[in-house]
Ligand binder design. Structure first.
Ligand code: 13P
Ligand code: SF4
Length: 338
């Protein structure tokens, strides 16, 4: 298995395989038989992360999907991620083990709403976070993830108007780090929006020496950076990072305590990579129900029965591919949102 974002690897040894429970053997056996690669986002349940070939953030997994020579991509994550894989690899079979695994943030804008917004700003460049439907991507000029959003915005010529969607907190963060004046859609993720400034203040008051990692989708991002600038949070120990950036941080940090503001699934990777540091959630109830839908049972069913195959209409896929390919060309896989 490789842990991306990007990647540290650990290879399963024959000794490990002797100890593996049966369902994991079965996943490996079926994956080989189907010529499948199993990709898992950093937020899915730990046991699914552990059996995957690659674990990572949205950008890193998109890159793996684009480069993979497997015939089948099993995406343990949510629908927009599987659609992105299909857009990048239209000739491959892409499976999403749980067809109901959606994304509240992606649901905040549809293609009709985007077309209406574009009509109000003719000539503007549309930068769409990858957490969007394939139809919205097809209406966009370039996609980004939390790993490369600032680099993507910097790539837009300075004299062009920008429509940034759909996440208001990521948009505010990118506006701050790039200094670009952008129009930002007022969408939010129901999980990250609830990680509030109050949560952050309470956790920091209880653990004043801890380092702080904040995902840019969080409702507390602006507050975290404001408090860092006023000295209420330690500026040298407060960072805004994508999940991939958090994984990179965990590999090298010597901080004894780290408070993590994002979906709690990331803690599994952070703790596995660094057992000397104590990683804790800023809000332990920040759990994405969509990310938790993929279980060992649904992964096995997906590999056995070929469910659920993701399709994207060819004209939508073709237009979305341009925006997605621009995204994967920009920004280092290991950097955070700035
Ligand atoms: P990453 O881009 O950091 O993988 O985050 C994706 C996501 O869905 C955040 O909620
Ligand atoms: Fe979407 Fe939020 Fe879940 Fe990420 S955590 S998949 S943005 S609902």
């Amino acid at each position: 298995m490789t842990v991306l974002a990007s990647a540290v690897g650990h290879t399963t040894t024959s000794e490990d395989s002797d100890l593996m429970p049966r369902w994991q053997d079965e996943v490996r056996r079926l994956a080989i038989r189907r010529h499948a690669v199993v990709l898992a986002h950093n937020y899915v349940p730990p046991e699914v992360q552990d059996v995957a070939d690659h674990v990572g953030d949205s950008l890193a997994l998109s890159r793996v999907a684009a480069a993979s020579d497997a015939e089948v991509i099993v995406f343990c994550g949510v629908r927009f991620m599987a659609e992105t894989a299909k857009i990048l690899a239209p000739d491959k079979t892409v499976l999403l083990p749980e067809p109901e695994a959606g994304c509240s943030l992606a649901d905040t804008i549809d293609a009709d709403q985007l077309r209406a917004w574009k009509a109000e700003h003719p000539g503007a460049v549309v930068v769409a976070y990858v957490n969007t439907s394939a139809e919205v991507k097809a209406e966009s000029d370039i996609c980004c993830t939390s790993s490369n959003a600032a680099d993507v915005v910097r790539s837009v010529p300075g004299d062009r108007e920008i429509l940034f969607l759909p996440d208001q907190f990521l948009g505010a963060h990118v506006r701050r780090v790039t200094g670009r004046d952008m129009h930002v859609w007022l969408g939010e993720c129901h999980v990250h929006a609830t990680i509030s400034p109050a949560d952050l203040r309470a956790r920091v008051a209880a653990d004043p020496d801890a380092a702080i990692l904040v995902h840019p989708e969080c409702g507390c991002t602006t507050a975290a950076l404001y408090l860092a600038s006023t000295g209420d949070l330690p500026a040298d120990r407060t960072q805004v990072l994508s999940t991939g950036g958090m994984v990179e941080y965990a590999k090298t940090t010597t901080a004894p305590h780290v408070l993590v503001a994002t979906e709690t699934g990331i803690l599994h990777q952070l703790r596995s990579l660094n057992s000397s540091t104590h990683f804790e959630a800023v809000n332990p109830s920040a759990v994405c129900r969509y990310m938790k839908m993929t279980t060992p049972t649904s992964l096995l069913r997906s590999l056995r029965d070929g469910t659920t195959e993701i399709s994207v209409a060819p004209d939508v896929a073709r237009r979305a591919a341009t925006a997605v390919r621009r995204m994967i060309e920009i920004g280092s896989p290991s950097r955070g949102g700035e």
